[in-house]
Write a protein that binds this ligand. Structure first.
Ligand SMILES: Cc1ncc(COP(=O)(O)O)c(C=O)c1O
Length: 481
Protein backbone atom coordinates (compact mmCIF):
# COMPACT_ATOMS: atom_id res chain seq x y z
CA UNK A 1 0.00 0.00 0.00
CA UNK A 2 1.20 3.47 -0.77
CA UNK A 3 0.66 4.78 2.74
CA UNK A 4 3.13 2.19 4.01
CA UNK A 5 5.37 2.82 1.03
CA UNK A 6 5.63 6.55 1.90
CA UNK A 7 4.81 6.70 5.60
CA UNK A 8 6.70 9.90 6.28
CA UNK A 9 5.17 11.70 3.31
CA UNK A 10 1.50 10.91 3.92
CA UNK A 11 1.89 11.52 7.66
CA UNK A 12 3.46 14.91 7.00
CA UNK A 13 0.55 15.84 4.71
CA UNK A 14 -1.95 14.60 7.31
CA UNK A 15 -0.20 16.59 10.07
CA UNK A 16 -0.32 19.69 7.90
CA UNK A 17 -4.04 19.24 7.27
CA UNK A 18 -4.64 18.60 10.96
CA UNK A 19 -3.00 21.89 11.79
CA UNK A 20 -5.31 23.66 9.33
CA UNK A 21 -8.34 21.92 10.84
CA UNK A 22 -7.33 22.87 14.39
CA UNK A 23 -6.64 26.47 13.46
CA UNK A 24 -10.08 26.84 11.90
CA UNK A 25 -8.64 27.34 8.41
CA UNK A 26 -11.15 24.70 7.38
CA UNK A 27 -14.41 25.17 9.29
CA UNK A 28 -16.08 21.96 10.53
CA UNK A 29 -18.21 20.60 7.71
CA UNK A 30 -16.45 22.56 4.98
CA UNK A 31 -15.23 20.90 1.84
CA UNK A 32 -11.52 19.99 1.78
CA UNK A 33 -9.28 20.06 -1.31
CA UNK A 34 -9.90 17.22 -3.74
CA UNK A 35 -7.46 14.32 -3.55
CA UNK A 36 -5.99 15.50 -6.84
CA UNK A 37 -5.56 19.08 -5.58
CA UNK A 38 -3.97 17.87 -2.35
CA UNK A 39 -1.57 15.69 -4.34
CA UNK A 40 -0.64 18.62 -6.59
CA UNK A 41 -0.19 20.95 -3.60
CA UNK A 42 2.34 18.58 -1.99
CA UNK A 43 3.79 17.33 -5.23
CA UNK A 44 2.97 13.66 -4.48
CA UNK A 45 0.93 11.07 -6.30
CA UNK A 46 -2.82 10.78 -5.65
CA UNK A 47 -2.45 7.55 -3.68
CA UNK A 48 -0.22 9.27 -1.14
CA UNK A 49 -2.72 12.15 -0.84
CA UNK A 50 -5.52 9.61 -0.44
CA UNK A 51 -3.54 7.85 2.30
CA UNK A 52 -3.30 11.16 4.19
CA UNK A 53 -7.09 11.55 4.02
CA UNK A 54 -7.66 7.92 5.10
CA UNK A 55 -5.36 8.47 8.05
CA UNK A 56 -7.42 11.50 9.16
CA UNK A 57 -10.63 9.62 8.47
CA UNK A 58 -9.53 6.92 10.94
CA UNK A 59 -9.01 9.67 13.51
CA UNK A 60 -12.53 10.92 12.69
CA UNK A 61 -11.19 14.33 11.71
CA UNK A 62 -12.42 14.17 8.11
CA UNK A 63 -15.37 12.46 6.49
CA UNK A 64 -15.56 11.01 3.00
CA UNK A 65 -18.82 11.54 1.12
CA UNK A 66 -19.42 9.44 -2.00
CA UNK A 67 -18.99 11.47 -5.19
CA UNK A 68 -18.53 14.66 -3.17
CA UNK A 69 -15.03 14.27 -1.71
CA UNK A 70 -13.63 14.89 1.76
CA UNK A 71 -15.09 17.26 4.37
CA UNK A 72 -13.86 18.50 7.74
CA UNK A 73 -15.46 16.34 10.48
CA UNK A 74 -18.86 17.46 11.70
CA UNK A 75 -18.10 17.42 15.41
CA UNK A 76 -15.11 19.68 15.95
CA UNK A 77 -12.65 18.44 18.53
CA UNK A 78 -12.18 20.81 21.42
CA UNK A 79 -9.17 23.04 20.87
CA UNK A 80 -6.24 21.72 22.88
CA UNK A 81 -6.45 23.05 26.42
CA UNK A 82 -9.96 24.45 26.03
CA UNK A 83 -11.37 21.78 28.32
CA UNK A 84 -14.83 21.51 26.73
CA UNK A 85 -16.50 21.58 23.34
CA UNK A 86 -18.16 24.80 22.24
CA UNK A 87 -21.31 25.34 24.29
CA UNK A 88 -23.22 26.55 21.23
CA UNK A 89 -24.46 24.09 18.60
CA UNK A 90 -21.95 23.28 15.85
CA UNK A 91 -23.23 24.62 12.54
CA UNK A 92 -21.39 21.83 10.80
CA UNK A 93 -23.78 19.23 12.22
CA UNK A 94 -26.38 20.69 9.84
CA UNK A 95 -24.53 19.05 6.99
CA UNK A 96 -25.48 15.63 8.32
CA UNK A 97 -29.03 14.79 7.26
CA UNK A 98 -29.66 12.63 10.33
CA UNK A 99 -28.88 15.43 12.76
CA UNK A 100 -30.11 18.34 10.64
CA UNK A 101 -33.50 18.89 12.20
CA UNK A 102 -32.30 18.31 15.77
CA UNK A 103 -29.37 20.68 15.25
CA UNK A 104 -31.67 23.36 13.88
CA UNK A 105 -33.94 22.90 16.88
CA UNK A 106 -30.91 23.33 19.16
CA UNK A 107 -30.39 26.75 17.60
CA UNK A 108 -33.49 27.68 19.60
CA UNK A 109 -30.99 28.11 22.48
CA UNK A 110 -32.03 31.15 24.51
CA UNK A 111 -28.55 32.68 24.26
CA UNK A 112 -29.20 33.19 20.56
CA UNK A 113 -31.05 36.49 20.61
CA UNK A 114 -31.89 36.64 16.90
CA UNK A 115 -33.31 33.30 15.90
CA UNK A 116 -33.79 33.54 12.16
CA UNK A 117 -33.32 29.86 11.34
CA UNK A 118 -36.81 28.33 11.49
CA UNK A 119 -39.92 28.90 9.37
CA UNK A 120 -42.04 30.44 12.08
CA UNK A 121 -43.69 33.75 12.78
CA UNK A 122 -43.09 35.55 16.05
CA UNK A 123 -45.43 34.23 18.80
CA UNK A 124 -46.75 37.81 19.07
CA UNK A 125 -48.38 37.46 15.66
CA UNK A 126 -50.62 34.60 16.73
CA UNK A 127 -54.03 35.05 18.40
CA UNK A 128 -53.05 33.86 21.89
CA UNK A 129 -55.69 35.65 24.00
CA UNK A 130 -58.44 35.04 21.46
CA UNK A 131 -57.61 31.35 21.21
CA UNK A 132 -57.40 31.01 25.00
CA UNK A 133 -60.97 32.40 25.24
CA UNK A 134 -62.11 30.10 22.44
CA UNK A 135 -60.65 27.03 24.21
CA UNK A 136 -62.35 28.05 27.42
CA UNK A 137 -65.74 28.61 25.80
CA UNK A 138 -65.55 25.36 23.77
CA UNK A 139 -64.87 23.42 26.96
CA UNK A 140 -67.53 25.26 28.95
CA UNK A 141 -70.14 24.41 26.34
CA UNK A 142 -68.92 20.83 25.83
CA UNK A 143 -67.18 19.58 29.00
CA UNK A 144 -67.66 16.02 27.71
CA UNK A 145 -64.85 16.70 25.23
CA UNK A 146 -62.30 15.86 27.90
CA UNK A 147 -63.64 12.33 28.05
CA UNK A 148 -64.08 11.93 24.28
CA UNK A 149 -62.00 9.06 22.89
CA UNK A 150 -62.87 9.13 19.22
CA UNK A 151 -64.03 12.25 17.45
CA UNK A 152 -67.00 10.94 15.33
CA UNK A 153 -69.44 13.88 15.19
CA UNK A 154 -66.74 16.42 16.05
CA UNK A 155 -64.63 15.35 13.11
CA UNK A 156 -67.64 15.50 10.80
CA UNK A 157 -68.33 19.10 11.92
CA UNK A 158 -64.69 20.08 11.47
CA UNK A 159 -64.61 18.51 8.01
CA UNK A 160 -67.61 20.61 6.97
CA UNK A 161 -65.66 23.70 8.09
CA UNK A 162 -62.63 22.51 6.13
CA UNK A 163 -64.82 21.85 3.12
CA UNK A 164 -65.89 25.54 3.19
CA UNK A 165 -62.26 26.66 3.46
CA UNK A 166 -61.40 24.39 0.52
CA UNK A 167 -64.20 25.85 -1.62
CA UNK A 168 -62.86 29.37 -0.99
CA UNK A 169 -59.63 28.06 -2.58
CA UNK A 170 -61.50 26.75 -5.63
CA UNK A 171 -61.55 23.12 -4.44
CA UNK A 172 -64.74 21.14 -4.57
CA UNK A 173 -64.24 18.37 -2.02
CA UNK A 174 -66.67 16.04 -0.25
CA UNK A 175 -66.52 16.59 3.53
CA UNK A 176 -66.05 12.85 4.02
CA UNK A 177 -62.98 12.95 1.74
CA UNK A 178 -61.09 15.20 4.17
CA UNK A 179 -58.83 13.81 6.88
CA UNK A 180 -57.67 16.03 9.79
CA UNK A 181 -54.10 15.24 10.79
CA UNK A 182 -51.18 16.33 12.99
CA UNK A 183 -49.85 19.19 10.94
CA UNK A 184 -49.09 18.80 7.26
CA UNK A 185 -46.16 16.62 8.31
CA UNK A 186 -48.48 13.74 9.18
CA UNK A 187 -50.51 14.21 5.97
CA UNK A 188 -47.38 14.01 3.81
CA UNK A 189 -46.01 11.04 5.76
CA UNK A 190 -49.28 9.14 5.38
CA UNK A 191 -49.30 9.82 1.64
CA UNK A 192 -45.69 8.71 1.27
CA UNK A 193 -46.19 5.60 3.38
CA UNK A 194 -49.16 4.64 1.26
CA UNK A 195 -47.65 5.38 -2.16
CA UNK A 196 -44.14 4.01 -1.69
CA UNK A 197 -42.02 1.15 -0.41
CA UNK A 198 -38.51 1.50 1.06
CA UNK A 199 -35.98 1.96 -1.73
CA UNK A 200 -38.41 3.85 -4.00
CA UNK A 201 -37.53 7.21 -5.48
CA UNK A 202 -39.54 10.34 -4.72
CA UNK A 203 -39.03 13.59 -6.66
CA UNK A 204 -38.65 16.75 -4.59
CA UNK A 205 -37.69 20.34 -5.29
CA UNK A 206 -34.12 21.43 -4.70
CA UNK A 207 -33.43 23.39 -2.58
CA UNK A 208 -35.99 21.60 -0.40
CA UNK A 209 -37.42 21.85 3.12
CA UNK A 210 -35.02 19.77 5.25
CA UNK A 211 -37.94 18.26 7.22
CA UNK A 212 -39.07 16.52 4.03
CA UNK A 213 -35.60 15.10 3.42
CA UNK A 214 -35.65 13.71 6.92
CA UNK A 215 -39.13 12.19 6.42
CA UNK A 216 -37.94 10.51 3.22
CA UNK A 217 -34.85 9.21 4.95
CA UNK A 218 -36.93 7.82 7.81
CA UNK A 219 -39.08 5.90 5.32
CA UNK A 220 -36.05 4.52 3.46
CA UNK A 221 -36.89 6.53 0.32
CA UNK A 222 -34.50 8.11 -2.16
CA UNK A 223 -34.92 11.80 -2.97
CA UNK A 224 -34.52 12.83 -6.59
CA UNK A 225 -33.86 16.56 -6.40
CA UNK A 226 -35.35 18.65 -9.22
CA UNK A 227 -34.19 22.29 -9.50
CA UNK A 228 -36.49 24.97 -8.17
CA UNK A 229 -35.83 28.69 -8.65
CA UNK A 230 -37.18 31.69 -6.74
CA UNK A 231 -38.67 33.04 -10.01
CA UNK A 232 -41.02 30.27 -11.04
CA UNK A 233 -40.51 27.31 -8.74
CA UNK A 234 -40.00 23.74 -9.89
CA UNK A 235 -38.31 23.35 -13.29
CA UNK A 236 -40.78 21.36 -15.38
CA UNK A 237 -38.13 20.80 -18.07
CA UNK A 238 -35.83 19.19 -15.50
CA UNK A 239 -38.69 17.12 -14.11
CA UNK A 240 -39.70 15.88 -17.54
CA UNK A 241 -36.10 15.01 -18.36
CA UNK A 242 -35.83 13.06 -15.09
CA UNK A 243 -39.11 11.25 -15.70
CA UNK A 244 -38.02 10.32 -19.19
CA UNK A 245 -34.44 9.33 -18.50
CA UNK A 246 -34.02 8.82 -14.76
CA UNK A 247 -35.04 6.08 -12.33
CA UNK A 248 -38.75 5.26 -11.87
CA UNK A 249 -40.30 7.98 -9.71
CA UNK A 250 -43.20 7.03 -7.42
CA UNK A 251 -44.47 10.51 -6.64
CA UNK A 252 -43.51 14.17 -6.43
CA UNK A 253 -43.79 16.29 -3.31
CA UNK A 254 -43.97 19.99 -4.14
CA UNK A 255 -44.81 23.30 -2.52
CA UNK A 256 -46.31 25.47 -5.28
CA UNK A 257 -47.00 28.45 -3.01
CA UNK A 258 -44.10 30.33 -1.38
CA UNK A 259 -41.82 27.31 -1.45
CA UNK A 260 -39.46 26.64 1.43
CA UNK A 261 -36.73 27.92 1.17
CA UNK A 262 -36.90 29.89 -2.11
CA UNK A 263 -40.30 31.56 -1.55
CA UNK A 264 -41.17 30.67 -5.17
CA UNK A 265 -44.74 30.88 -6.42
CA UNK A 266 -45.50 28.46 -9.22
CA UNK A 267 -47.45 30.15 -12.05
CA UNK A 268 -50.90 28.64 -12.74
CA UNK A 269 -49.77 27.65 -16.25
CA UNK A 270 -46.99 25.55 -14.69
CA UNK A 271 -49.46 23.89 -12.32
CA UNK A 272 -51.61 22.84 -15.29
CA UNK A 273 -48.57 21.62 -17.21
CA UNK A 274 -47.40 19.68 -14.16
CA UNK A 275 -50.78 17.95 -14.02
CA UNK A 276 -50.39 16.99 -17.67
CA UNK A 277 -46.94 15.58 -16.98
CA UNK A 278 -48.33 13.65 -14.03
CA UNK A 279 -50.99 12.10 -16.28
CA UNK A 280 -48.51 11.29 -18.98
CA UNK A 281 -46.05 9.56 -16.62
CA UNK A 282 -48.54 8.13 -14.09
CA UNK A 283 -47.10 10.26 -11.30
CA UNK A 284 -48.96 11.09 -8.09
CA UNK A 285 -48.47 14.65 -6.87
CA UNK A 286 -48.38 15.46 -3.17
CA UNK A 287 -49.21 19.16 -2.94
CA UNK A 288 -47.93 20.83 0.23
CA UNK A 289 -49.89 24.08 0.64
CA UNK A 290 -48.62 24.98 4.12
CA UNK A 291 -47.94 28.65 3.22
CA UNK A 292 -50.79 29.25 0.72
CA UNK A 293 -52.89 31.40 3.09
CA UNK A 294 -49.95 33.74 3.71
CA UNK A 295 -50.20 35.52 0.33
CA UNK A 296 -49.38 39.22 0.28
CA UNK A 297 -51.42 40.18 -2.79
CA UNK A 298 -55.17 40.54 -3.17
CA UNK A 299 -55.89 36.93 -4.11
CA UNK A 300 -54.96 33.61 -2.64
CA UNK A 301 -53.10 31.43 -5.14
CA UNK A 302 -55.20 28.53 -6.42
CA UNK A 303 -53.99 25.07 -5.44
CA UNK A 304 -53.02 22.68 -8.21
CA UNK A 305 -55.73 20.39 -6.81
CA UNK A 306 -58.36 22.80 -8.27
CA UNK A 307 -57.46 21.61 -11.82
CA UNK A 308 -57.04 17.95 -10.85
CA UNK A 309 -59.51 16.15 -13.12
CA UNK A 310 -57.92 12.71 -12.82
CA UNK A 311 -57.49 12.45 -9.05
CA UNK A 312 -53.71 12.68 -9.24
CA UNK A 313 -53.16 15.18 -6.47
CA UNK A 314 -53.06 14.47 -2.74
CA UNK A 315 -53.65 17.91 -1.29
CA UNK A 316 -52.19 18.71 2.15
CA UNK A 317 -52.81 21.89 4.13
CA UNK A 318 -52.24 23.14 7.65
CA UNK A 319 -53.02 25.82 10.23
CA UNK A 320 -49.59 25.76 11.84
CA UNK A 321 -48.19 28.76 9.95
CA UNK A 322 -51.33 30.76 9.33
CA UNK A 323 -53.23 30.43 12.60
CA UNK A 324 -51.70 28.65 15.60
CA UNK A 325 -48.48 26.58 15.49
CA UNK A 326 -49.21 24.80 18.75
CA UNK A 327 -52.52 23.29 17.60
CA UNK A 328 -50.44 21.15 15.18
CA UNK A 329 -53.52 20.75 13.02
CA UNK A 330 -53.50 20.06 9.32
CA UNK A 331 -55.64 18.17 6.84
CA UNK A 332 -55.33 16.07 3.74
CA UNK A 333 -57.66 15.51 0.77
CA UNK A 334 -56.46 12.34 -0.90
CA UNK A 335 -59.35 11.60 -3.29
CA UNK A 336 -59.49 7.90 -4.13
CA UNK A 337 -56.71 7.22 -1.60
CA UNK A 338 -58.70 8.72 1.31
CA UNK A 339 -59.77 5.45 2.93
CA UNK A 340 -56.24 4.01 2.73
CA UNK A 341 -54.72 7.09 4.38
CA UNK A 342 -57.41 7.11 7.09
CA UNK A 343 -56.60 3.47 7.81
CA UNK A 344 -52.88 4.20 8.03
CA UNK A 345 -53.58 7.05 10.42
CA UNK A 346 -55.77 4.78 12.55
CA UNK A 347 -52.89 2.32 12.80
CA UNK A 348 -50.30 4.93 13.78
CA UNK A 349 -51.60 8.02 15.60
CA UNK A 350 -55.25 6.82 15.75
CA UNK A 351 -56.78 10.27 15.42
CA UNK A 352 -56.24 13.95 16.05
CA UNK A 353 -57.22 15.21 19.52
CA UNK A 354 -61.04 15.55 19.65
CA UNK A 355 -60.68 18.61 21.87
CA UNK A 356 -58.49 20.43 19.35
CA UNK A 357 -60.72 19.36 16.47
CA UNK A 358 -63.70 20.87 18.30
CA UNK A 359 -61.83 24.13 18.94
CA UNK A 360 -60.78 24.40 15.31
CA UNK A 361 -64.34 23.65 14.16
CA UNK A 362 -65.52 26.59 16.35
CA UNK A 363 -62.77 28.82 14.98
CA UNK A 364 -63.77 28.03 11.40
CA UNK A 365 -67.51 28.49 12.11
CA UNK A 366 -66.89 31.88 13.73
CA UNK A 367 -64.86 33.37 10.86
CA UNK A 368 -61.92 33.91 13.24
CA UNK A 369 -59.57 32.01 10.98
CA UNK A 370 -60.10 34.31 8.00
CA UNK A 371 -59.74 37.45 10.15
CA UNK A 372 -56.62 36.24 11.95
CA UNK A 373 -54.81 34.83 8.93
CA UNK A 374 -55.49 38.09 7.02
CA UNK A 375 -53.86 40.07 9.84
CA UNK A 376 -50.89 37.69 10.06
CA UNK A 377 -50.20 37.83 6.32
CA UNK A 378 -50.34 41.66 6.27
CA UNK A 379 -47.78 41.81 9.06
CA UNK A 380 -45.58 39.24 7.37
CA UNK A 381 -45.69 41.23 4.12
CA UNK A 382 -44.38 44.37 5.77
CA UNK A 383 -41.72 42.42 7.74
CA UNK A 384 -40.62 40.66 4.57
CA UNK A 385 -40.19 43.90 2.63
CA UNK A 386 -38.26 45.57 5.44
CA UNK A 387 -36.00 42.55 6.07
CA UNK A 388 -35.29 41.99 2.37
CA UNK A 389 -34.41 45.68 1.91
CA UNK A 390 -32.08 45.52 4.92
CA UNK A 391 -30.30 42.46 3.46
CA UNK A 392 -29.74 44.32 0.21
CA UNK A 393 -28.42 47.35 2.10
CA UNK A 394 -26.01 45.47 4.35
CA UNK A 395 -24.86 42.33 2.52
CA UNK A 396 -21.82 42.41 0.21
CA UNK A 397 -22.14 43.36 -3.44
CA UNK A 398 -23.16 40.39 -5.58
CA UNK A 399 -25.81 39.21 -3.09
CA UNK A 400 -29.11 38.37 -4.78
CA UNK A 401 -32.64 37.98 -3.51
CA UNK A 402 -36.09 37.81 -5.02
CA UNK A 403 -38.76 39.13 -2.70
CA UNK A 404 -41.38 36.41 -2.27
CA UNK A 405 -45.06 37.23 -2.73
CA UNK A 406 -46.09 35.38 0.41
CA UNK A 407 -44.90 33.29 3.33
CA UNK A 408 -42.14 34.26 5.73
CA UNK A 409 -38.94 32.96 4.18
CA UNK A 410 -36.27 34.94 2.39
CA UNK A 411 -33.73 33.01 0.32
CA UNK A 412 -30.47 34.90 -0.03
CA UNK A 413 -27.94 33.99 -2.71
CA UNK A 414 -24.65 35.38 -1.45
CA UNK A 415 -21.62 35.83 -3.73
CA UNK A 416 -20.46 32.43 -5.05
CA UNK A 417 -17.32 32.17 -2.85
CA UNK A 418 -19.41 32.50 0.37
CA UNK A 419 -19.51 29.64 2.89
CA UNK A 420 -22.72 30.14 4.87
CA UNK A 421 -22.12 27.14 7.14
CA UNK A 422 -18.94 28.82 8.40
CA UNK A 423 -20.81 32.14 8.51
CA UNK A 424 -23.45 30.57 10.76
CA UNK A 425 -20.79 29.34 13.19
CA UNK A 426 -19.42 32.87 13.44
CA UNK A 427 -22.89 34.42 13.68
CA UNK A 428 -23.91 32.13 16.56
CA UNK A 429 -21.20 33.73 18.66
CA UNK A 430 -22.91 37.07 17.89
CA UNK A 431 -26.26 35.64 19.03
CA UNK A 432 -27.68 35.34 15.49
CA UNK A 433 -28.90 32.23 13.71
CA UNK A 434 -30.18 31.51 10.19
CA UNK A 435 -30.53 28.38 8.09
CA UNK A 436 -27.45 27.82 5.90
CA UNK A 437 -27.98 26.73 2.30
CA UNK A 438 -26.30 23.35 2.86
CA UNK A 439 -29.31 22.30 4.98
CA UNK A 440 -31.61 22.30 1.94
CA UNK A 441 -30.24 19.43 -0.11
CA UNK A 442 -28.94 15.92 0.52
CA UNK A 443 -26.01 16.86 -1.73
CA UNK A 444 -23.44 19.52 -0.84
CA UNK A 445 -25.21 22.26 -2.81
CA UNK A 446 -26.26 25.83 -1.96
CA UNK A 447 -23.23 26.36 0.30
CA UNK A 448 -23.26 30.07 -0.67
CA UNK A 449 -26.97 30.60 0.11
CA UNK A 450 -28.88 31.14 3.31
CA UNK A 451 -32.49 31.37 4.45
CA UNK A 452 -33.69 34.09 6.76
CA UNK A 453 -36.95 33.85 8.65
CA UNK A 454 -38.88 37.12 8.29
CA UNK A 455 -41.45 36.17 10.93
CA UNK A 456 -40.09 38.68 13.45
CA UNK A 457 -41.26 42.30 13.61
CA UNK A 458 -38.66 44.48 11.89
CA UNK A 459 -36.89 46.77 14.38
CA UNK A 460 -33.61 48.74 14.46
CA UNK A 461 -32.15 45.92 16.61
CA UNK A 462 -33.02 43.36 13.94
CA UNK A 463 -31.49 45.62 11.30
CA UNK A 464 -28.32 45.75 13.43
CA UNK A 465 -28.25 41.92 13.49
CA UNK A 466 -28.55 41.84 9.69
CA UNK A 467 -25.79 44.43 9.45
CA UNK A 468 -23.57 42.17 11.59
CA UNK A 469 -24.29 39.23 9.31
CA UNK A 470 -23.43 41.30 6.26
CA UNK A 471 -20.16 42.47 7.85
CA UNK A 472 -19.20 38.94 8.87
CA UNK A 473 -19.81 37.76 5.33
CA UNK A 474 -17.77 40.63 3.87
CA UNK A 475 -14.85 39.69 6.18
CA UNK A 476 -15.13 36.04 5.15
CA UNK A 477 -15.02 36.98 1.47
CA UNK A 478 -11.99 39.21 2.00
CA UNK A 479 -10.14 36.40 3.79
CA UNK A 480 -11.00 33.95 1.00
CA UNK A 481 -9.33 36.15 -1.63
C1 LIG B 1 -42.68 23.25 3.20
C2 LIG B 1 -43.11 22.81 4.56
N1 LIG B 1 -43.91 21.75 4.69
C3 LIG B 1 -44.31 21.33 5.89
C4 LIG B 1 -43.92 21.96 7.05
C5 LIG B 1 -44.41 21.45 8.38
O1 LIG B 1 -45.75 21.82 8.50
P1 LIG B 1 -46.63 21.40 9.77
O2 LIG B 1 -46.16 22.22 10.91
O3 LIG B 1 -48.02 21.72 9.37
O4 LIG B 1 -46.43 19.95 9.99
C6 LIG B 1 -43.09 23.06 6.97
C7 LIG B 1 -42.63 23.74 8.18
O5 LIG B 1 -41.82 24.63 8.15
C8 LIG B 1 -42.67 23.51 5.70
O6 LIG B 1 -41.87 24.56 5.56
Amino acid sequence: MTDTAHPAVYQRIAANLLQQLDSGHYAPGSRLPSVRALAAEHDVNVLTALAAYRHLEQQQRVVARPRAGYFAALQPHPAPGSGQASPLPAAAALVDLKSRMSTLLQLGDERIRWQLHMAEASPTLYPSAELARRLQSTLTRQPGLIGAHLPGDIQRRLCHGLQRIASERGLSLPADGILPCHGITEGISLALRYLTRPGDTVAVETPVYFGLLQTLQGLGLKALEIPCTPDSGLSLEALEFALRHGPAVKCLVCVPHFQNPTGALMPDEHKKRLLQLASQYGLTLIEDDVFGDLYYGSERPTPMKAWDRHDQVIYCASFTKSYAPSLRLGWVAAGRHHAALAQLQASSTLTVSPLLQAVLADVLDSGDYQRTSARIRQQLASQMHATADAVMRHFPKGTRIRKPQGGMLLWVECPPQSDTTALLQAALADGISFAPGMAFSAEPRFGHCLRINCGQPFTPALEAAITTLGQRLATQLLQAR
